[in-house]
Structures are given as C-alpha cells and as structure tokens.
Design a protein around this ligand. Structure first.
Ligand code: SF4
Length: 325
C-alpha cells in the first residue's frame, strides 16, 4: 500500500512489479456479446452503449495492429524514460468469438510483446464470466507464457436480483466460478464493479466488495453508475426511474467498498468517465485525482484503510494467488 494513501493503487503497483510506468492502449477487436446478439438477450446491459463500453475504433477502419501502433506512438511522444504498455481489449466480450478469431486477435499484438522486444508487458482482455470456454483459457495461458495476461471480468453487483434487473444475464456464482477457473489456469483476474446500480444500495456495494475480496482476484475496477446516451438506462433516467450519485455519497459508499476488499488487491480504477457528449448523468466536475483525494480523506476521517473490514481470513493482507506481490 502506498505510504500516503490508505488504499492500494495501480501506478505504484505496476512500477514496483515492472520497474517502469505502464500505459494502457485500449483496443477494439470488434467482438460482440451474448446480451446483444440474442443468445442471452438483446439491447445489452442497461448501462452499456452500443459500442459495448469500448472505443469503436475497429468501425473507423483501424485493425488491431494499427490501433496498437497508434496507441504506442502516442505514448512514445509523451514518455521520456523507459516505459511499457498494457494492450487492453476493452470493447464487448472478447472471448465470445470463434477460436480462430481469438487466435487472430491475439496474434495481432504478439509482435509488440516485451518477450519479443516490444513494449507490451501485459495483455488484458475484458469479457463476461459466462463467455470463457476452456479453449479460450488455453489460448490465454499460451500467451501468458510470454507476458502476464489479465482477464477482466464484470461482476458489477453481487446480487442476482440486481444482475437480472440490469440485464447482465449472468449470476454471481458464474463470476465466482470463472475466477476459480482463471486462477486454476494461472491467469490473473481483474474484477469489475459498479456502485449505485438500481436496487443495489449501500449494502449491495458492501456485499459486492466482499465477493470480490473472497474471489482472490488480483485487481479491482470500480466506478459510479453513469447514464450514457443510447442506453436503456437513459430511458429509465429520463422517466425519473433511476437516480445517480453525487460525489459525496459515492465517496462514502466507495470507502465502505474499499474497506471490505482484501488489503492485497490493487485498485485499477475508482471512478469512471465517458465523453461529455454521451454522458447524461451525473455531470461531476471532478478529475479522477480528486476522487482519489476525497477517498483518502474519508478513510483517514474514519481512521480506516483498505481491508479494514475484509473477510477475517483476508484482513492481514495475504496476497491473492496472482496479486503480483
Ligand atoms: S456484457 Fe459488456 S458488452 Fe455486453 S451488453 Fe453488457 S456491458 Fe455491454
């Protein structure tokens, strides 16, 4: 844990592990999702816009290798010293594809891997817990022989009722099972959560943190509920059926959440953002550094820290199976 922050953040964790700063390059592999193609549902999770929470870069004609080169060039322009990159397949469910397509996608980043002289030191793939077949795990394990592979899995809420209401259409048990399978294969997991989902409440935020802590996933991403244009949530919000949080309330709930994580878990993200022209609500005028400062202040005010209310067996900071410590 950073000496001046009562919670564990990504930047120092990466610097300690890799000996240099790592920058993320978001990639769009043009995948889809069973919540959109009718296999499980149509329309997607209620908060997800039609780009699948991603960049939409593929539609603009850039293949994966070109997206990566563009992102790496952008980093090279602003970094003076040694640096590395995280190739992050962000949009949609990246293991919800044919085996040949996953091979093609992964092979597009291989020439840039650090093991082959390139700057990519981590490959991260976002996906759903219910779209992680064994053949996909096998391919990721093969890649993980060269660089660490992070499987970014959406839990969002530990409540199956809430997951149904927001049309996630998977269960908390499916998330837990997927984490066990990733860990069994030797892959690291980053679990995602959203605070303030309709019907979840403050207690829901606490329960979600407890599930993430018990799962042993190495990293956690969490953000507040955001209402984006072209989502089902936008229609609910316009009809006054959902409310969004103001910063003070979010930080209060976030402090509860962080207190219930394991002290070993790394917080990859504690707030969210979206382009101003698509984000309807909330419209905070807060930089992410400000949220970090407010969270630290709140935990200091409570005389608390990350993991203070973690499940008993995790409260002393025993690292998760793949926390990189
Ligand atoms: S599972 Fe992911 S990509 Fe699919 S609808 Fe939900 S948030 Fe969007």
């Amino acid at each position: 844990m950073s000496p001046d922050l009562p919670f564990r953040t990504l930047k120092p964790a990466l610097a300690k592990r890799f000996g240099m700063p790592l920058h993320r390059v978001a990639l769009d592999a043009g995948s889809t999702c069973p919540n959109r193609d009718g296999t499980k549902g149509r329309g997607g999770c209620v908060y997800c816009d039609v780009e699948g929470s991603g960049t939409g870069a593929l539609k603009s004609g850039l293949d994966i290798a070109a997206q990566l080169q563009l992102g790496l060039a952008r980093i090279a322009r602003r970094e003076r010293g040694e640096y590395g990159a995280i190739a992050y397949f962000q949009s949609y469910s990246n293991t919800y594809v044919a085996p040949e397509r996953l091979d093609e996608v992964l092979s597009a980043v291989e020439p840039a891997l650090a093991s082959r002289g390139g700057p990519v030191r981590v490959v991260a793939l976002a996906t759903r817990p219910d779209t992680l077949p064994d053949w996909a795990l096998e391919r990721l394990v093969r890649l993980a022989r060269e660089v660490p592979v992070w499987v970014e899995l959406g839990l969002e809420s530990a409540s199956d009722d809430v997951l149904l209401r927001i049309q996630r259409l998977h269960t908390c048990a499916e998330f837990e099972d997927a984490v066990v399978r990733c860990h069994g294969a030797g892959l690291e997991v980053v679990g995602h959560a959203i605070l303030g989902l309709p019907g979840d409440g403050r207690e829901g935020a606490r329960c979600t943190a407890e599930v993430l802590a018990r799962s042993g996933c190495a990293g956690v991403k969490v953000h507040h509920l955001m209402v984006l244009e072209r989502t089902i949530l936008a229609a609910w919000w316009r009809r006054g059926e959902v409310t969004v949080q103001q910063p003070a309330e979010y930080v209060d709930w976030l402090a509860d959440f962080v207190e219930r994580l394991s002290p070993a878990q790394v917080l990859h993200r504690i707030t969210g953002d979206a382009p101003p022209d698509v984000q309807l609500a909330p419209r905070w005028d807060l930089h992410k550094g400000e949220v970090r400062r407010l969270l630290a202040e709140e935990l200091h005010r409570r005389g608390s820290r990350q993991g203070a209310f973690a499940p008993r067996d995790l409260a002393h900071g025993a690292p998760g199976p793949h926390s990189g410590r």
